[in-house]
Design a protein. Sequence first.
Length: 348
Amino acid sequence: MMNSVDVVVPCYNYARYLRGCVNSILSQPGVEVRVLVIDDASSDETAAVGRELAASNSAVEFRRHEVNKGHIATYNEGLLGWSTGDYVVLLSADDMLSPGSLGRAVRVMERDKSIGMVYGPTVHFERETELPTITSTEFEFTRWSGEEWLQGRCRAGHNVITSPEVVVRGNIQRAVGGYCSELPHSGDLEMWLRIAAVSDIAYVRRVPQAFYRVHSRSMMRTVFRGSFVDLRHRKAVFDAFFRHHSATVRDADRLYEEANRTLAREALWDACRAYDHNEVEASQAKELEDFALTIYAEATSLPEYSALRRRRRLGAAVCHRTQVFAVPALVRRVRRWTSKQHWKKWGV
């Protein structure tokens, strides 16, 4: 008997992408899939496309909201109110699963019952013609204990998961609950932290697990309009997670402090870059500095704070004109980029 995978597809005005999304689910081999398309009161042709898909395949169910309920309520309606499968996936209607992705994730979790979530590489694309052809059935995976994965997120301070590549064990999803309404723009990271608090995590290597469509209305382009906005959203995630779930996490206070330290360093470095580019006001350098000082008590002892003080003494115009800090800053940026690429390669 094949394992069951329930896939929730929230859709708001993505009728033009919906068929491709659902077809990428129905074509998954080795698993028994059910699909729920939830139309959150779209004004385009989503209802017609959704009903057509449901009529043509018994594995597809379609629902339409008469009034827009928002993405968090829509997510939770499917994940908690509808899904009963062995495994569950939340897949935006503008994204797609890669061939065989569900089978790979399920095999990993069937092999190791301690693993509650599997993710993997994601290909970003604009048009389907750009998608790679996937023919190999070979893959490897890396496994972390939930504690190790949590430590990695607190140490890095950012999310390494796009979202469509995630497959969650059904009973784990139902145990941790739905998406948090107080985090409408960063709830996915908080969800992954909750899952890691109660289960182990695995990362599929060597083959893409999903395709994330980048376009003018995609979440990546519309939510985070600046580094300070992004920082505040991530800070809210760690605040919410440790406020509600610290009792289930070993060394919670230390991990929370590490997350705050990481975010403070990033804020101070962004403030430094504002001086280098002579964009102090536009980049909210003062607000970034205040943010760092507020969230981390020892922010003034950080090397980034010393770097900011040096720039402040010279002034933004001098820093920009002379580029006195350009080489050290470039070296630091390269190191940060290299580090991020290394951890991105391994999914952490």
